[in-house]
Design a protein around this ligand. Structure first.
Ligand code: PAF
Length: 279
């Protein structure tokens, strides 16, 4: 497995793969890989001949006061996991390979970026859309794989790809959860053992709310009650707990399928997000 940090050798390596007629699957990550990422790798391997994983902690998607400096970085462990999984190439660019001197371009996707994480993390999705557009141009994959865990991010990337004429497939991969239901996230590493136990309230409360809404419960009452339950279970702040149309992410005040519940809440210094279908 090659680990490449500069664009020229990346292009040479990708040209060699393409010359043999192989298809390329891209799995963009910020490292600190866990079983959720490895599920993306598995999906990419099932669909493409060769898999490229990018590891880049993208500074432009972190706001002031967020965890850019403390974000877990463990490239050697990540590389070992990827090598064992049979990944062909790791694209781990230096910051100047992504944001060269004088970089002045911003990809901003309106509509699906508003509200939810876009509301509580201003500028976050501009940073995501910009870096993902760059990764798409750098790797030129046949398909790119993203977790449904970041459901709004997936919607933003799908919209951006349609709008900017990226023709490769964008594949959403279902969230991987621990046995107790907590969605896997690199940020779970920040939780103390007590917080980790309390954090399971997030998927539990979401599941309960989804069942109540699907069986005709009053949406706004169910959402209010869910927020109160999280606050009573160890979370100290709920950024949002909302019901949205699953494709457009527009507000849903009358239940109709496809619908998605999405939530973000803080426990200790950690902000966790999750989402589930309301079936
Ligand atoms: O989901 C992530 O890890 C990041 O937001 C992504 C898509 C790799 C862009 O930096």
């Amino acid at each position: 497995m090659q680990i490449i940090r500069q664009l020229d050798p990346l292009r040479t390596a990708l040209d060699a793969i393409r010359k043999n007629g192989a298809t390329i699957g891209l799995v963009p990550t910020m490292g600190a890989l866990h079983a959720g990422h490895m599920e993306l790798v598995k999906a990419a391997m099932a669909q493409c001949d060769k898999v490229v994983v990018s590891i880049f902690v993208n500074p432009t998607q972190f706001g002031a006061g967020e965890d850019l400096d403390s974000y877990p970085r463990q490239e050697a462990a990540d590389a070992a996991l990827l090598e064992e999984a049979g990944v062909e190439l790791v694209w781990a660019p230096t910051v100047d390979q992504v944001y060269p001197d004088g970089f002045a371009t911003n990809v901003s996707v309106s509509g699906v970026s508003s509200g939810l994480c876009g509301g509580s993390r201003p500028g976050h999705f501009d940073g995501v859309a910009t870096v993902v557009a760059k990764l798409f141009n750098q790797v030129r994959p046949d398909a790119a794989f993203f977790g449904e865990k970041d459901f709004q991010q997936l919607a933003v990337i799908r919209r951006m790809a349609r709008d900017l004429d990226f023709t490769h497939d964008i594949i959403g991969v279902p969230t991987v959860r621990d046995a107790d239901g907590l969605a896997l996230s690199s940020r779970n590493a920040y939780l103390t053992s007590e917080q980790r136990q309390q954090a399971v309230a997030l998927p539990d409360v979401m599941r309960g709310a989804a069942e109540e809404i699907a069986s005709g419960g009053d949406i706004s009452a169910v959402l209010d009650e869910a927020k109160a339950k999280l606050l009573a279970s160890g979370f100290h702040k709920v950024d949002y707990f909302e019901l949205k149309h699953a494709d457009t992410l527009e507000d849903m005040t009358v239940f109709a399928r496809p619908a998605r519940l999405l939530a973000a809440a803080h426990i200790g210094t950690t902000r966790l997000i999750d989402n589930i279908a309301v079936a």
